[in-house]
Every structure is written in structure tokens, then in C-alpha cells.
Design a protein around this ligand. Structure first.
Ligand SMILES: C[S@@+](CC[C@H](N)C(=O)[O-])C[C@H]1O[C@@H](n2cnc3c(N)ncnc32)[C@H](O)[C@@H]1O
Length: 282
């Protein structure tokens, strides 16, 4: 299958160069405000599809203006790159690489490389040290480097045959970026479609998405994943950590619930200070 190779931008960052400037609090504030605005933008757009009201039109314009004032997606990405700085914990690829070694995950054919698709890549070099073993194809909605293909994963065509499928898909801190819960479910199904049989998806989510959501907990996430066709292989979830890392293996979808049950939000946790993160399957 021909891979998309739309015009690539010049890098806004110098890979490997220590980045200075914004404090981690300012960085976090930009990321979190951007997430809030993205969600509101998606809600307003969907509201406007069913009924046009001048109030919503005006609010949407305000939301989009604030996103622009923040510097748009590029500023959000820059803040995320700062978050990947070694002094702030480094990027998540280290965990995947360790697991691949520990679990002895290798390409099916002797002498070939593991084929990997990295969704939402901020740097093309996260897997550079693994080049002898991994052939990585990084993509992003808004490419920040000529070696990252600019592409919306949700629009990416499914492989036409087995030779185009991946051994690994990395989806690190991307699912929580997708503003619409149904699109998150769609993303999981599309990842399944991109993978070889028994291939793996590396899923990284901010811990509060699972530990403090009104609508999602670990048990439900596991049921959703099984329903889509993944079983969990390993997880790194430390009390007090910011993110939860997990690796899932492709299997045949298991019908764990009535379809309607996974397509509807249900309150699983009550109380204040909860977030509304959820994943819905159509
Ligand atoms: C928080 S950053 C995560 C970057 C990196 N993967 C990490 O773990 O730090 C999220 C990135 O995902 C990208 N992204 C979000 N939705 C996407 C989609 N549908 N297709 C491709 N990239 C997407 C965003 O543009 C952004 O650069």
C-alpha cells in the first residue's frame, strides 16, 4: 500500500538539543488548557451539527481564538516535547524498548526488522537506537520534522494485505488527545486493523484517565480492549506516576458485552473532582 507522504515541514526543534525556557508548571498548564479547549471545540462542533445556535457559533469562535492565541497545535506539541525532556522523565519509548527486549518480541522472519507505526510522534528519533531491530514509521497530525509523515491516523487507509501490516503500533499519549470518545474507540479498532496477527499495541495514557474518570476504570478499559481484540500483556502503573504504560497483543475480538453497553457512557465513579474521559465503541 502506498504510504501517505504529504508535504513535510522543517523541524521547529533541534532533535537532541537540550531545550530551555518554560518551567514544567507552565508547560503543563499549556497542555492542560489545550486539552480543555480541544474537548470544548469538539462538543461545540457536534452541537452545531444538530442545531445551529448563534451562542454556540460565538463560543466556538472564542475557543478557536484562544487556541490560536496559545500558539495552536504547534505550541501544544512544543510543550509536549518539553515534557519529554530527559530532565522531566524522558519520552515513553524507553519503556516499550525495555519490554520488547524483556519479552523477546522479535520479527516473524529471521534477519528482518520489527515494523512499527508510531502515532503522534513529536520526534523522529525516539527509536533511533533500535534501528537495527525496528523499522519505525512516525506520523503526526501536525508534523514537526521532515521525517515525520503528516497524517491523521483516523483517516489512514487500512493495509490492503498482510505485508503492509505492522508488528507494533505505538499510541502514546494520543488517545487522550482525541477529543471525541467515539473517535477514541474508532482509533483502537483502526489500530487493530493495522496490526499483524499477534502484533502489539503500546498504549500510554495519563493516569487520571483511568484512575480518576467518572466513566472509565481499569476493568472497563480491559473489556473495551478485549471487545476490540486485544489482551493485555504487561502494564506499568505506579501509584503517584503521571502515566500508565501498557502493552496489548492482538487477538480475535471477544464479545464481552452487548454492543450498546460499550457504546454508552455509564457513571462508574461519583464525587467531585473527577474527569470525564471515556472511550466509546460504536
Ligand atoms: C501529547 S502528544 C504525544 C507525543 C508522544 N507520542 C509522547 O508520548 O509524548 C500527542 C500527539 O498526538 C498527535 N495526534 C493526535 N491525534 C492524532 C491523530 N488522529 N493522528 C495522528 N497524530 C495525532 C498530536 O498532534 C500530538 O503531536
Amino acid at each position: 500500500m502506498g504510504r501517505s507522504t504529504r508535504a513535510r515541514k522543517e523541524p521547529i526543534t533541534r532533535t537532541g538539543q537540550p531545550r530551555i525556557g518554560k518551567s514544567s508548571t507552565a508547560t503543563q498548564a499549556t497542555i492542560s488548557r489545550f486539552h480543555t479547549l480541544l474537548k470544548r471545540q469538539a462538543q461545540l462542533k457536534s452541537k452545531l451539527q444538530s442545531a445551529c445556535s448563534s451562542k454556540s457559533v460565538q463560543e466556538l469562535a472564542e475557543v478557536e481564538r484562544e487556541m490560536e492565541d496559545l500558539g495552536g497545535l504547534a505550541a501544544y506539541q512544543e510543550a509536549s516535547i518539553l515534557g519529554q525532556d530527559e530532565t522531566r522523565g524522558g519520552d515513553t519509548s524507553k519503556v516499550l524498548v525495555t519490554w520488547l527486549k524483556e519479552l523477546n518480541i522479535r520479527p516473524a522472519k529471521e534477519g528482518s526488522k520489527l515494523r512499527m507505526l508510531e502515532i503522534g510522534a513529536l520526534s523522529p528519533r525516539n527509536y533511533a537506537a533500535m534501528q537495527p531491530f525496528i523499522h519505525n514509521e512516525p506520523i503526526d497530525l501536525n508534523s514537526q520534522h521532515p521525517d515525520i509523515v503528516q497524517q491523521d491516523f483516523l483517516q489512514r487507509p487500512l493495509p490492503l494485505d498482510e505485508t503492509d501490516r505492522y508488528d507494533i503500533v505505538s499510541c502514546s499519549l494520543v488517545l487522550n488527545f482525541v477529543p471525541d470518545p467515539h473517535d477514541r474507540g474508532k482509533m483502537l479498532r483502526l489500530i487493530h486493523g493495522q496490526l499483524e496477527d499477534y502484533g502489539h499495541v503500546f498504549l500510554v495514557l495519563p493516569r487520571p484517565c483511568i484512575e480518576n474518570s467518572r466513566y472509565l476504570d481499569n476493568e472497563l478499559l480491559t473489556r473495551i480492549m478485549r471487545h476490540v481484540g486485544f489482551k493485555e500483556v504487561i502494564r506499568k502503573d505506579k501509584e503517584g506516576a503521571k502515566v500508565v504504560y501498557s502493552l496489548w497483543q492482538k487477538q480475535k475480538p471477544v464479545r464481552v458485552s452487548a454492543a450498546a453497553e460499550l457504546a454508552t457512557k455509564r457513571v462508574l465513579r461519583t464525587g467531585g473532582k473527577r474527569n470525564n474521559f471515556c472511550v466509546l465503541l460504536k
